[in-house]
Design a protein around this ligand. Structure first.
Ligand SMILES: [Mg+2]
Length: 413
């Protein structure tokens, strides 16, 4: 028997779900879900370097199954595409599901004429602390960039610099351009030396603390380059410089392997921008092997699933630290900021500014001032897309690099 209690509720029906691919400086995949009442929602489905795989998954399998459904049943639609799928999870599947989920939350908030954070439970703070990036070819040019970030008002900055003897290093731009690693039609090959990196990087933080004092929050991303015992050494050696966090210091498929890192250092640990489900971090969280979970809305199943991860994390003193590189479109930034405004165990939000061209395609209501963001008061997540303008920037394949050790052995990029 089916009982429907619908008095006073305007019923909506999904009549169209379309995927918009554009490249205003880099590739973005956007899902637009349109209802019979004219209200629409937008979700970001961008998976850096694998964009078309998500496009196909959405267009060929998920979008047709959305038509006719009630967009107000966010949880049921999430379960339909997750539990209902025999082949569940994975980065492609969870990015597609996240785009659907965020678009549905956008619709629900627009229908309620409320900013999204109000539906989550209202704001828990006055502003959302964000960190940006300071990078340079050497320590001096990195410190110049750090000074520029401080001038712009940031209270927290991720610091990366080139390593003498290594031709190119993760996070360090070439030719003074803004950093965009997915820059080639086929993956180009970089080289890596753990020894050179480990011998050099503590000097960067020693110099940064000397010039900027103790108050500025400093962060660093290792990009999965070290083994657990090497990561333990780095964590220990940078302890005197009090990092806010050391990010992705090792891979984490073997979650228990992080016990080794944890036992050797008090430097706070962050991981998880490549995770796509609660099962990728459950042991890390429950064993208190990390301090910050980096998974974000767009790659971890949307607001519906990210809320479960954040709630589990809260039980173990783990705080959020959402990924926020430019390969996540302004739609993810908007949705993430509403989540950050609410989530009780918020830590920090990454912010890598989008170009002017990207912001012309994706207009938004979020605002940065004095080191803190606010998500804005527009109904929904507050980010829209100019489809006509987006059509002027067609997709161009762009792959992330791969990495080899100096002897030619393939390594983690
Ligand atoms: Mg990272």
């Amino acid at each position: 028997m089916v009982l429907l209690f619908t008095a006073g509720v305007t019923l909506l029906k999904i009549v169209e779900a379309k995927v918009i691919v554009c490249s205003p400086g880099r590739n973005f995949v956007t899902l637009k879900i349109i209802t019979d009442q004219g209200i629409y929602g937008l979700g970001d489905a961008t998976l850096n370097g694998r964009e078309k795989a998500v496009v196909s998954y959405l267009e060929d399998y998920l979008c047709p199954a959305l038509i006719g459904r009630d967009p107000q049943r966010i949880e049921d639609i999430w379960q339909f595409f997750y539990r209902g799928a025999y082949w569940r999870g994975g980065p492609v599947g969870m990015t597609a599901l996240a785009a659907i989920d965020v678009a549905l939350w956008d619709i629900k908030a627009k229908q309620a004429e409320l900013p999204l954070y109000q539906l989550l439970g209202g704001r828990s703070r006055d502003g959302i602390m964000a960190y940006t990036h300071a990078t340079g070819q050497d320590i001096d040019s990195t410190l110049d960039e750090l000074a520029r970030a401080v001038e712009q008002g940031y209270k927290a900055v991720r610091v990366q610099c080139g390593i003498p003897g290594i031709a190119s290093t993760y996070g360090v731009p070439k030719n003074g351009k803004s950093y965009e690693p997915a820059d080639a039609d086929l993956p180009h090959e970089c080289s890596w030396s753990t020894e050179k990196y480990l011998n050099y990087i503590p000097q960067l933080f020693e110099a940064a603390r000397k010039q900027f004092g103790d108050e500025l929050h400093l962060l660093h991303d290792v990009h999965h380059r070290l083994t657990p015992i090497e990561a333990a050494r780095l964590g220990k050696e940078v302890e005197p410089f009090h990092l806010f966090w050391l990010e992705d210091c090792a891979t984490a498929e073997n979650q228990q392997s992080w016990k080794l890192i944890r036992e050797h250092t008090t430097t706070p640990l962050a991981v998880g921008e490549v995770f796509n489900s609660i099962h990728c971090c459950r042991e890390l969280i429950q064993n208190q092997l990390i301090d910050y979970i980096r998974s974000t809305i767009t790659h971890a199943g949307g607001i519906t699933h990210m809320r479960r991860i954040a709630d589990l994390a809260a039980l173990y003193h783990v705080r959020t630290g959402f990924h926020g590189a430019t390969d996540l479109s302004p739609i993810t930034m908007g949705a993430a900021l509403h989540f950050d405004y609410w989530v009780p165990n918020f830590g920090i939000q990454e912010h890598m500014p989008h170009s002017e061209q990207m912001e012309q395609v994706f207009s938004h209501h979020y605002h940065f001032e004095g080191g803190y963001f606010t998500p804005g008061e527009a109904p929904g997540h507050g980010v829209d897309i100019d489809e006509k303008l987006a059509a002027k920037f067609p997709y161009k394949r762009a792959c992330l690099p791969v990495n080899r050790l100096e002897d030619g052995t393939l390594w983690n990029w």
